[in-house]
Design a protein around this ligand. Structure first.
Ligand SMILES: *Cc1c(COP(=O)(O)O)cnc(C)c1O
Length: 366
């Protein structure tokens, strides 16, 4: 089998997406499935739609193009403020984009007019995390201007927390978002149809039974793919945390001392490793490194311990028995490890299709 390979279990992703869509649906909250981690791979995107997400959302227009080319039919939202240099691409492929700058919206308006389309705009509000967002005091003015652009349809407002600064979504900041939506409706008439409360970090607050006010949408990526909330990275009850696994192959194996010898300076990544002597171990090297994934985000199977990594090598302690070369080892991954494995051309992506229940029982019968 080809290694390294990222194995992607569509049945588990489907289950996670469906579970979250149902839980949030009961609270009147729709789910936009965020596709950026898997680069918009059409098979995974289609699975999210089959599980009931109301639309797809990605931070890169290139990934949205991948989905369009893959005949994925959905409302597509660009969730990073568009580059002016990509205005034509954005209105050509995305239905809606998240915005914070009138100069950008102006360019989107022109580009949409040029191809006879209307482009949806959702304005992002800054509520403390200090990444993207219009300051609340400026919101009414920006909405007023946005409403006057031709070929632009104002969709509503949103916010994004717990990304740059780790600010926790709570009743104070979420309440403020609802209040802003009410204030806009009071000023301009009922114009705020979507209030997008945030990302996977909002789940603790929403599922904790809070009054969610005007919030009627969340944009979810990591919680669907990895089955965890993102404030403390705890598994969400009932979700799979192993939809992604990374398999790597042993290329050298044998007993080695744990303490390096010779004078010690910086290693390949600029760190100085403090030598510890824990005797002789069964050391194995896997053909997997920093060019393939984030080694710090890997969890090895029981009995295996990660000792270090360089660009192309992962060094592990495999316990009492030395593993033969050619042995495959399967790791669990965190978000950072998945993201890097997805973008590495050296890692094969192996999508395991979701089997229909009938098909499974047929196979068993054969
Ligand atoms: C990435 C992203 C999301 C999804 O975040 P998760 O933590 O993966 O759920 C939502 N909104 C925006 C603006 C994003 O950039």
């Amino acid at each position: 089998m080809i290694a390294p390979r990222l194995q992607i279990d569509l049945a588990k992703i489907h289950h996670n997406a469906h579970t979250l869509v149902s839980l949030l649906g009961r609270r009147g909250i729709s789910v936009s499935g965020v596709t950026k981690t898997f680069l918009g791979l059409p098979d995974i995107a289609a699975e999210l739609l089959a599980a009931g997400v109301s639309g797809l959302a990605d931070s890169r227009i290139e990934n949205i193009q991948t989905m369009r080319r893959g005949a994925v039919k959905a409302h597509m939202t660009l969730i990073r403020s568009p580059m002016i240099s990509q205005a034509a691409l954005v209105v050509g492929h995305a239905d809606t984009s998240l915005n914070t700058e009138l100069d950008v919206i102006s360019e989107l308006s022109k580009a949409a007019g040029a191809i006879g389309r209307t482009h949806g705009v959702l304005l992002m509000v800054e509520l403390g995390d200090l990444r993207e967002g219009i300051m609340p005091v400026d919101l009414e003015r920006v909405v007023g201007r946005t409403l006057r652009f031709p070929n632009i349809a104002f969709k509503g407002i949103g916010t994004n927390l717990a990304c740059r600064s780790g600010v926790v979504p709570d009743s104070a900041n979420m309440g403020e978002l609802s209040k802003l939506a009410n204030a806009l409706d009071a000023t301009f008439g009922p114009i705020v149809s979507m209030v997008s409360g945030g990302n996977s970090s909002n789940l603790n607050w929403v599922l904790g039974g809070a009054d969610t006010g005007r919030i009627n949408n969340l944009r979810l990526g990591e919680s669907i793919l990895l089955g965890c909330e993102t404030l403390h990275r705890q598994p969400i009850e009932g979700l799979h945390t192993d939809a992604f696994t990374l398999v790597a192959e042993v290329i050298e194996s044998g007993p080695k001392p744990t303490k390096p010898w010779g004078e010690i300076a910086e290693n390949a990544f600029g760190a100085v490793v403090t030598p510890v002597d824990s005797g002789t171990i069964c050391q194995a090297i896997l053909a997997l490194g920093q060019m393939d994934t984030d080694p710090d985000g890997l969890t090895p199977p029981p009995g295996i311990r990660i000792l270090g990594s360089s660009s192309d090598h992962l060094v592990v302690d495999c316990g009492r028995e030395c593993l033969p070369t050619g042995t495959e080892i399967t790791f669990q991954l965190n978000y950072s490890a998945v993201a890097r494995a997805m973008t590495s051309p050296f890692v094969t992506k192996q999508i395991e299709p979701r089997k229909e229940p009938e098909m499974q029982s047929m196979e068993r019968a054969v």
